[in-house]
Design a protein around this ligand. Structure first.
Ligand code: 13P
Length: 256
């Protein structure tokens, strides 16, 4: 089955509205040759930068995502943003359960699941992050950890809903460290994730789900990572913060 590549830049807590607009304006001409049938290009700025980036990306092949979403429609949830607010802002994708949310803000598989359901109900396209810590990999527990994150995070979804979800596999030890999983190591883990999705949702659905790799992906390693059978793109941190490095990464990822 051929799955369309999806390359998403997670800007994390970087870029003011003015800086975000400038980055998208610089990126647009550099990726204008990337056919929308070949790859989805997504940028995920902080909440306050979303509107400027949606405006700057209009009419281009660059799509916009947020970095989190709350599960409630409205109410007393200081500091949170609802799915309807993101839709109104023109957002298409949303990252859910990033390891930094899990590590620093108490995100659990249960809250990932609630956020995911709210995002799907609002028609957002969720990117659900999973990944193991260094000690979990070294302790031989990677598959156990991923299986629990997938089973818990995706609980109660219908197969149809699952067709609208992207999974991002981000080994926590590879994020921002310059340590990338080798393409072979990443592929083995992606294959495990694919098998788990097949078990949970049926092969027809599981084989269609796009699984991104994240963790020190850059122009130099994107090609061989995305060439792996079960690696369908990337979720990029540092290398997505400059137009030229992000454009080079995208071109290398889709080069045959
Ligand atoms: P880096 O690409 O900076 O390692 O970050 C990866 C990441 O966390 C993307 O969500």
């Amino acid at each position: 089955m051929s799955r369309k590549v999806i390359i998403a830049g997670n800007w994390k807590m970087n870029k003011t509205a003015a800086e975000g607009k400038a980055l998208v304006e610089a990126l647009k001409p550099l990726v204008a040759d990337v056919c929308p049938d070949v790859a989805d290009i997504v940028v995920c700025p902080p909440f306050t930068t979303l509107a400027a980036v949606v405006e700057a990306a209009k009419g281009s092949n660059i799509k916009v995502g947020a970095q989190n979403v709350h599960w409630a429609a409205s109410g007393a949830f200081t500091g949170e943003i609802s799915a309807a607010m993101l839709k109104e802002a023109g957002v298409e994708y949303v990252i859910i359960g990033h390891s930094e949310r899990r590590q620093y803000f108490g995100e659990t598989d249960a809250t990932v699941n609630q956020r995911l359901k709210a995002a799907l109900a609002a028609g957002l396209k969720p990117i659900v992050c999973v990944g193991e810590l260094l000690e979990e990999r070294e302790g031989g527990r990677t598959e156990q950890v991923l299986a629990a994150q997938l089973t818990g995070g995706l609980a109660g979804l219908t197969p149809e809903e699952m067709t609208r979800v992207v999974i991002a596999y981000e080994p926590v030890w590879a994020i921002g460290t310059g340590k990338t999983a080798t393409p072979e190591m990443a592929e083995l883990t992606h294959n495990f994730i694919r098998c788990t999705l097949n078990d949970l949702f049926g092969k027809e659905v599981g084989e269609g789900v796009r699984i991104q790799y994240g963790g020190s992906m850059k122009a130099e390693n994107a090609g061989e990572l995305v060439a792996q059978r079960n690696i369908d793109g990337g979720l990029i941190g540092g290398a997505a913060l400059k137009a030229d490095s992000f454009a080079a990464l995208i071109h290398n990822a889709i080069a045959k």
